[in-house]
Design a protein around this ligand. Sequence first.
Ligand code: PLP
Length: 444
Amino acid sequence: MTTEQSNLFYLATQPRPFLDHGEGIYLYDESGKRYIDGSSGAMVSNIGHSNPRVLAKMKAQMDKATFGYRLHFRTHPSEDLATKLAGLMPEGLDRIFFVSGGSEAVETAEKLARQYAVTQGQSSRWKVIARTPAYHGGTLGALALTGGKLFAGPFAPMFQDMPHVKAPTCYLDRDNLSDEDRGIKYAEMLRERIEAEGADTVLAFIMEPVGGASTGALVAPDSYYKRIREICDEYGVILIFDEVMTGAGRTGTFLACEHWGATPDIIAMSKGLGAGYAPLGAVAARREMVDALMEAGGFLHGFTYAGNPLACAAGLAVLEEMEEQNIVQNCAAMGEVLHARLKTLMDRYPFIGDVRGKGLLQAFELMSDRDTKDPLPKEMNAHSELVELAYARGLILYSRRTRGGVEGDHFLVCPPLIITETQIDEIMAILIDSLDAFAANHDL
Ligand code: PLP
C-alpha cells in the first residue's frame, strides 16, 4: 500500500495486506492466506490470538464499565491484577504501578528511582546507566537509554544522553576466557563506568535480562547477573530490569530474572502482560522504596489510561489463562525443542553463525564467516530479504541488523508460548524453504 492510499504514516516498510483475524498461533489476511505468527507480533501475543476465555472476560468487563478514572474510583480489575502480579514478583517487589506500554513502563521505573533517591537525600544521583546495544523504547526519556544512532537519530539533541556500558556480546569475543570469567569481565565494565561518572551521580542501572530486538536474544553467562547485583549494592545504585519483552513467561519462567536469582529493585513489564488483548504495562518496585515515596506525598507521575479497568481485566484474564493452561511450563519445554531444531540449521547453512536464546525468545544470526564472526555484507540486506521470503511463505519473523558495535543480521523466532511441537515443525519447514531460497539467491 502506498501512502496515498492511507492516512496513516509509520516507518516506511514493505506493502502489507489487511489483517482479517487471528486464531491461536495463526493470523489470516483478507485473502484468506494464513501466517504463522513466528514473532508473536513484536513478542506480544504470548497466549496466542483470539483466546475465547480472555475475550469473554473482557466482554463481561465491557458490559460493566470500560473506563473509570483512578482518581474517581478504585476498580476491581486493577486491584485484582495488582494482587495477582505482586504474587508473581520476586520477594519484596510487591508494589505495582500500571501503564499502557513498554516505553511508559521504562520511564515510570526511572522516575520512581529518581524520586525515591530524592526522598533519601540523594538528589545528586540522576544518571541511569544503560547498555549498548539496548532497546528501552521510543519516547525521549527511553531513547536516552536506548541510545545508539539507529533510534536516537535526529532526536539526539532533544534529550540528555545517559552513560552506556557494553552489553555482554560474549559470542563475538576472541579471548580465551571461560564463560564465567567473560561474565565477570562485562559486569566489571559497570563498576568502571560508575567510578568514571562518580558514584554519587549514578542513580540506576537498567538492562534487559535477555536482550530482545537489541541484541537478538543474547543471554549473558550466569556470573554476569550475580556480579551486576553485587556492584549495584556496593555503590548504592538501583538495579532496574527491563522485562518488557522477557516478562510474562517469554523465557520459560514468569520473569527472566528468576533464572539467575539476581533480584532487581524495579521491574518494568508490558508486551505479554496484555498479550495483544489490551495496551498494558506495569512497574513493580520494592515495597520500602514505594513506602518512602508515599510518605513524602506520593509518586509525582501518572498517565490518563493507567490502570483502566478494561486493560486490567484483559491482563488478569491473560494471567489466569497462563496459569490454568500451564503456558509458562509449555514455553520452557517448547523453547528447548525450538532451540535444538534451530541449532540443526547450522549444519545445513554455513552462513548461520549463531543460535541463542532462552525459552521462546530464540534467535539465529547470519555471518559470512563463523570463525571471524564477520557479518554478511550490509548491501545484501539479508535481514529484510529473509523476512520477506518467509512472509511470502506464511511465516512471520522479526529481524534486525545490529550487534554490539559491529553490524550483523539477526532473526528472532518467538512464537506464542502456547505452541506445540508439531507447530514448531511447521515453522521449521517454512524456515528451511526460505533459507534455501536465500542461499540460492546469493550462491551461498
Ligand atoms: N523495552 C523493551 C525491552 C522492548 O523490547 C520494548 C519494545 O520493543 C520497549 C521497552 C518499548 O515498548 P513499547 O514499544 O511498548 O513502548
